[in-house]
Design a protein around this ligand. Structure first.
Ligand code: FAD
Length: 452
């Protein structure tokens, strides 16, 4: 039996290797550390957490990432088993002892007879005799492998600097204030002339907003990130704001070609939002990549008329990253359409975060193991957290504006019922969660991979 090769022993690669071995198939896990290091990893351990030690909320009923934890536990995730074992007190969040966590992942993999760990960089395209490969080399994929991937994808570039604009849920936008219109009523790619949500600001509101951006608390770049230049096309809004009080009004907040139907006039400034997923449940704030801290983003962006009650599916950010344009390049089995022996998993597929990366590793491992046995399986249904993430990266997201995504309820298909009255958000989130766990049970179909 030809082993499956997993490249990268991070969150996704470790989970993928574990799932393959548990499914009874041999696997070789290639990790370049300690022979070659990244700019962020500090240790030689598998599944090292490079920054925070938090897996975020563990509330499976009310939070999409908590639901993802629970689904992964039910699918015998090694990452979740190790996290639960090395959990630290952190209120409703799942925080872990990072060394204990990484040590537990490594020990479990080393004890697994079907896994061979090979330390060393895969410095280019995996050799042709590796018939099934999972590339899980993360946001800091080594340059040699990045270039090789690029050569297969006819993309202009893998994204090396990740400029993330904030995303809000459509239902939290106040449509009594905003209006739908494309600039100069120009038809968009779908032919529509009302593709943008427009939020109007008068002069006083614009000035107050500008001051809030300039004074807001920002995240500092890490030393090694400072050497990566900005693309002029995706400057953070605070950098533009600092260039002059009118810069934003001539940049992403320009009002030309837009008429507020309530006044019949063009406002002083406009913030535009554009649909972000095929379901039409999420909208990104166009051109608003930022290094403002998350709490500050909530406060400052809710000053925008129409976004006073905005629910953020993802905050904006800017950091170095490597990810492929998955909606264009991958098939539903997570295989590269141009070379199907290569699967992708983890942050490099355009999901964001430890848990999301591990979840895609879990899926890639199961899909690859099934294929090796000669029985392709369907990915999980989109009603599950794993399925919602999977369908976002393999087609739900718009390939032209694809940016890394955290799991959130905005990615899930709408529920068939409307929720009104007290506690409606709570009840709605619980309904998403109940539906997801029922759908997951169907997918796992009783045929779960043997637990540790
Ligand atoms: P990784 O965990 O990075 O694993 C990839 C592995 O592949 C690494 O071990 C690397 O050494 C190896 N590798 C790379 N190239 C090769 C090669 N050619 N051959 C062999 N091995 C190779 N997410 C959060 O949820 N919270 C945070 O606080 C957070 N902070 C972050 C801070 C920074 C600076 C960065 C860059 C990312 C951060 N992230 C954070 C995102 C985080 O990296 C991912 O969520 C997660 O680690 C990705 O998992 P992964 O398995 O895809 O990649």
């Amino acid at each position: 039996r030809d082993p499956i090769h997993v490249v990268g022993g991070g969150l996704a690669g470790s989970e993928a290797a574990w799932q393959i071995a548990r499914a009874g198939w041999p696997v070789v896990l290639h990790e370049m550390r300690p022979e070659r290091r990244t700019d962020a990893h500090q240790t030689d351990g598998l599944a090292e957490l490079v920054c925070s030690n938090s897996f975020r909320s563990d509330d499976a009923e009310q939070n999409a990432v908590g639901l993802l934890h629970e689904e992964m536990r039910r699918a015998n995730s090694l990452i979740m088993t190790a996290a639960d074992r090395h959990k630290l007190p952190a209120g409703g969040a799942l925080a872990v002892d990072r060394d204990g966590f990484s040590g537990a992942v490594q020990a479990a993999i080393e004890a697994e007879p079907l896994v061979t760990i090979e330390r060393g960089e895969v410095p280019g395209l995996p050799p042709a005799e590796w018939r099934s490969v999972i590339i899980a080399t993360g946001p800091l994929t080594s340059p040699a492998l990045s270039e090789a991937i690029l050569s297969l994808t006819d993309e202009g570039a893998l994204a090396f600097f990740d400029a993330i604009a904030p995303i809000v849920t459509r239902e939290s936008i106040d449509f009594d204030i905003v209006w739908l219109q494309s600039r100069y009523d120009k038809p968009g790619p779908g032919g529509g002339t009302a593709d943008y949500v427009n939020c109007p600001l008068n002069e006083e509101q614009y000035n107050a907003f500008l001051d809030a951006i300039l004074e807001g608390d920002k995240t500092e770049f890490r030393d090694w990130e400072k050497s990566t230049p900005y693309f002029e096309g995706c400057l953070p809004i605070e950098v533009m704001a600092a260039r002059g009080r009118e810069t934003l009004r001539f940049g992403p907040m320009k009002p030309v070609g837009l008429t507020d139907p309530r006044t019949g006039e063009s406002p002083h400034a406009v913030v535009q939002l554009r649909q972000d997923n095929a379901l039409g449940t999420l909208y990104n704030i166009v051109g608003f990549q930022t290094k403002l801290k998350y709490g500050e983003q909530g406060r400052v962006f809710r000053m925008i008329p129409g976004l006073e009650n905005a629910q953020f599916a993802r905050f904006g950010g800017l950091h170095r990253n490597t990810f492929i344009n998955s909606p264009r390049l991958l098939d539903p089995q997570l295989r590269l359409k141009a070379e199907p022996r290569l699967r992708f998993a983890g942050q490099i597929t355009g999901v964001e975060g430890y848990v999301e990366s591990a979840a895609i590793g879990l899926l890639a491992g199961r899909l690859a193991a099934a294929e090796a046995r000669g029985e392709l399986i369907d990915p999980p249904p989109a009603e599950t957290a794993m399925g919602a993430l999977h369908s976002h990266i393999t087609g739900g997201a718009d390939a032209r504006t694809f940016q890394p995504m955290n799991v959130n309820f905005g990615l899930f298909p709408e529920l068939g019922e409307r929720f009104r009255g007290r506690d409606k958000q709570r009840r709605k989130r619980k309904a998403y969660s109940d539906r997801a766990l029922a759908a997951l049970a169907g997918w796992l179909g009783g045929e779960t991979i043997a637990a540790e």
